[in-house]
Ligand binder design. Structure first.
Ligand code: HEM
Length: 530
């Protein structure tokens, strides 16, 4: 009798466990027939709950490389289905269809799939990158003027001041280290871009090059690479399970960081209101115009460039409160700081690896600046075609963002097909895969700036190259980014020789723990006087 009871009990437990496993499996795979039903070719790998990009989610392989594998698996197709965790996501490979989605049919793909909470995490939620729909349209139309060419031209002298600091910092290091300075390029460029953000966006001088542990630098680090283990766990939860994060009040920008930056901005506003004679062509100045006049003032050239009427939209009107204004300055950290420091660090790495390209660049810079008495200015830096090609080639090989996202916001039929995308479906554009496809860029691992001459660009589809994205949601800061990165490259190449050090690793191994493309073991280089 006892044995019988025991057996029945074990059978019940087994049935319960099997039912639970079956239900879990069913739930974890419940969306996985989505693309098959629509007749869309799909990625073979579909892991319950984790979908097609598990290695990226579990930080086992760098996200760009995972997306490149998926891009390659779909070779021969214009697009294919995959699953981001359980979410149906269309991976688009064809540059013409990418153009259609990002530009021509943008009205069906206005968002990029970020989930944020204005109440819980306003500093992140009011970042243009995270905003959605009409509110995004309104905010973007108000902020775009701050990034027009004329504004960057006025801010450029502040960037040049930091370049002077950079030069004297390197000189000091060279003098104290028997004529040679060995350094890790990404650490070095992060200090440079921190100083640029401090000066241009917050109106303060931080000297991160000589004092890398200053408070502003530490707070910037806190946003992008929090030191505490729990903050790292919180950030992972925030991106993988945004609803749960909101429930527990988890924020991308922690309260103390938020308070620090708000305090800086409000103090700067207060000082400038009290001292109207104080003039500085920085972002704070533009934020104050926005606060007082409801817009950033523009000259006629910039008005044409920004084409405000095309994006202005009163429907999603938001108030530019102190928090929303601070969020725009903090955006320089979230969107612009790491991307720009990576672009600069990888350029320095490739110039050290390719001495003949470095010499050719130096010659162009010398010729260009000679006519200006040796002085760098915004116009001559914009006129240096080879410098432009060098930076673009870096952004091709090492695009910081290896994939772009869009969310279907209006039902959409893919051209020349019966495939309908539903509201909420995600789109992935595998930038790294495109940039490394030999069809568009033969010998893709070779650093060759001549791929970006006007003639060479005509030989491939324009939308095979997307380091700053495209269309109305293209990077708002791309002119600023290029100005700060090019100014630093010019300063270094005109004054020093870049060389490999004994620790230089090439090809670079990428860090699977970072969402953006980082070198796992650092970019170790050497600088010496010319
Ligand atoms: C080399 C440096 C940079 C790179 C490679 C880069 C790249 C990108 C990319 C790929 C996007 C997404 C575009 C899309 O989805 O089509 C983006 C968006 C954005 N970037 Fe940048 N970025 C850089 C620097 C900056 C800087 C300096 C700022 C200044 C604050 C900035 C602000 C933004 C903002 C606000 C967005 C969101 C735009 C929107 O959704 O309307 N970025 N960036």
């Amino acid at each position: 009798m006892g044995l019988l009871l025991e057996n029945t009990y074990i059978a019940d437990v087994v049935v319960l466990v099997l039912t639970a496993v079956y239900l879990l499996y069913w739930y974890g795979t419940s969306t996985f027939d989505y693309w098959k039903k629509k007749g869309v070719p799909e990625i073979k790998k579909k892991i319950p709950f984790f979908g097609s990009d598990m290695d990226a989610v579990l930080l086992r392989k760098q996200m760009s490389l995972v997306m490149q594998d998926l891009y390659n698996e779909l070779d021969g197709h214009k697009y294919g289905g995959m699953f981001s965790m359980k979410k149906p996501t269309l991976l688009v490979r064809d540059p013409e269809l990418i153009k259609q989605i990002m530009v021509k049919d943008f009205s069906s793909f206005t968002d990029n799939g970020q989930i944020t909470s204005e109440k819980n995490d306003p500093m992140f939620a009011f970042n243009i990158f995270a905003m959605k729909g009409d509110k995004w349209k309104y905010a973007r139309s108000k902020m775009a003027p701050a990034f027009a060419t004329g504004k960057i031209r006025s801010t450029f002298p502040l960037i040049l001041e930091i370049c002077e600091d950079l030069k004297s910092h390197i000189n000091k290091k060279i003098e104290s280290n028997s004529n040679c300075y060995e350094f890790e390029a990404h650490d070095f460029t992060k200090n440079y871009t921190t100083d640029v953000v401090g000066s241009c966006a917050f109106g303060i001088k931080c000297n991160s090059l000589s004092e890398p542990n200053n408070q502003f630098r530490e707070m910037g680090k806190e946003i992008l690479s929090p030191a505490s283990f729990w903050r790292q766990v919180e950030i992972s939860v925030l991106f993988a399970f945004p609803k749960i994060a909101e429930l527990f009040g988890i924020k991308f920008i922690a309260k103390y960081t938020e308070d620090f930056f708000r305090d800086l901005i409000l103090k700067a506003f207060a000082y400038r209101e009290k001292h109207p004679e104080f003039k500085r062509n920085d972002f704070i100045n533009l934020l104050m115009q926005l606060k007082k006049l409801g817009e950033v003032e523009l000259d006629e050239h910039d008005k044409k460039e920004i084409n405000i009427s095309a994006v202005a939209n009163e429907k999603g009107k938001i108030e530019f409160t102190d928090t929303v204004l601070t969020a725009q300055a903090v955006g320089f950290f979230i969107d612009g700081f790491e991307t720009s420091s990576l672009a600069l660090a990888f350029t320095l790495h490739e110039l050290a690896m390719n001495p003949s390209i470095q010499d050719k660049l130096r010659e162009e810079l010398n010729n260009s600046f000679e006519s200006n008495g040796g002085k760098i200015d915004y116009e001559n830096i914009r006129g240096c075609a080879y410098l432009d090609n060098v930076l673009h080639e870096t952004l091709r090989i090492y695009s910081p963002a290896g994939a772009l996202a869009r969310e279907c916001t209006k039902r959409y039929t893919i051209p020349d097909s019966n495939v309908q995308l539903e509201v909420g479906d995600l789109i992935t554009i595998p930038v790294y895969g495109l940039h490394h496809d030999p069809k568009y860029f033969p010998n893709p691992e070779v650093f060759d700036p001549d791929r970006f001459t006007e003639e060479a660009k005509k030989t491939r589809p324009a939308f095979a190259y997307l380091p700053f994205g495209e269309g109305p949601r293209q990077c708002i800061g791309f002119r600023f980014a290029q100005a700060q990165v090019k100014a630093a490259i010019a300063t270094i190449v005109l004054n020093f020789r870049l060389e490999q050090s004994e620790k230089t690793e090439h090809p670079v191994v990428f860090n699977e723990k970072n969402f953006l493309l980082h070198a796992k073991n650092g970019l170790h280089l050497k600088l010496s006087p010319l």
